[in-house]
Design a protein around this ligand. Structure first.
Ligand code: UDP
Length: 249
């Protein structure tokens, strides 16, 4: 089967790949053993990347940048791009379902979250998908020595999919630095997804997701994020300015 060709578009200087079917595209890469770094782009990350050249470089080198956040989708729609939001957690779930089907052929690794959280998330997935082969779990608060051990373990095990939940930009920088240990694997930064699978946090209800209000629900669950969320009006302002400039040219 021919792979769909990703169309690349810029959102305030960061790339986004536009595809109709992200899971199918990725599953083909998985089967072909083509190493892939997946970045789940949202407005906050776009603004962070403007101030952090290392993050910008990691995003630019990733083989797949998906429109994870509503702000990014609205931006693309302003530029008349046909786009559908692809939340990172849903893409990660599609990958886990595929790994369950492939059983031993698709070992996966969980890295990140507070101690015990990724274990809980693994239990949740093993209950749902008993054939899923989770070959290792490491929490996201380890020493430099344990870091070394982790990369050695990854090198030995060569998991096909590595889920990294360290938050932005830590996870993107860590993947960019370490992906050479498993050059044929899929690496995905999943933010707080382990917390959700472990039942510690919840995703916004469907109706809020539909109204693009997931950010508001997060603020309600994690009010200490308010400072980080100032990136959202900043993003909106920059988006309006960029459209204005484009219309003047
Ligand atoms: N985390 C971690 N190690 C760290 C800092 C954070 O494993 O040194 C985890 C944290 O426990 C949480 C996730 O990273 O599970 C960050 O989640 P958040 O929803 O804040 O991600 P973001 O919005 O940055 O994608």
């Amino acid at each position: 089967m021919q792979s769909e060709v990703a169309k690349k578009f810029q959102v305030l200087g960061q790339p986004v790949h536009l595809l109709q079917d992200y899971p199918t595209w990725l599953i083909q890469r998985l089967q072909q053993g083509r190493g892939t770094h997946i970045v789940t782009l949202n407005a906050e990350m776009t603004i962070q990347a403007k101030e952090n050249p290392h993050l910008a470089e990691a995003i630019n080198q990733a083989e797949l940048v998906i429109p994870d956040g509503a702000g990014v989708v609205i931006y693309l729609q302003m530029y008349k791009q046909k786009v559908q939001r692809c939340p990172g957690i849903e893409l990660a779930e599609a990958l886990l379902k595929q790994a369950d089907q492939l059983q031993d052929k698709c070992p996966v690794y969980f890295y990140g979250g507070a101690p015990g959280v990724a274990q809980k998330a693994a239990q949740y997935w093993k209950q749902k998908n008993p054939n899923l082969k989770i070959v290792g779990i490491t929490d996201g608060y380890i020493s430099p020595d344990q870091q070394k051990e982790l990369t050695q373990t990854l090198e030995t095990l060569q998991p096909k999919i590595i889920f990294v939940g360290l938050g932005v930009p830590r996870q993107e920088l860590w993947i960019a630095k370490n992906r050479h240990h498993c050059p044929n694997s899929i690496w995905i930064g999943i933010g707080g997804s382990f917390d959700i699978w472990a039942g510690i946090k919840e995703r916004a209800p469907q109706w809020m997701q539909k109204l693009n209000l997931e950010w508001l629900y997060r603020l309600y669950q994690e009010p200490w994020r308010w400072r980080r969320m100032l990136a959202l009006p900043h993003f909106a302002w920059k988006a309006i300015l960029s459209l204005k400039t484009q219309n003047q040219n």
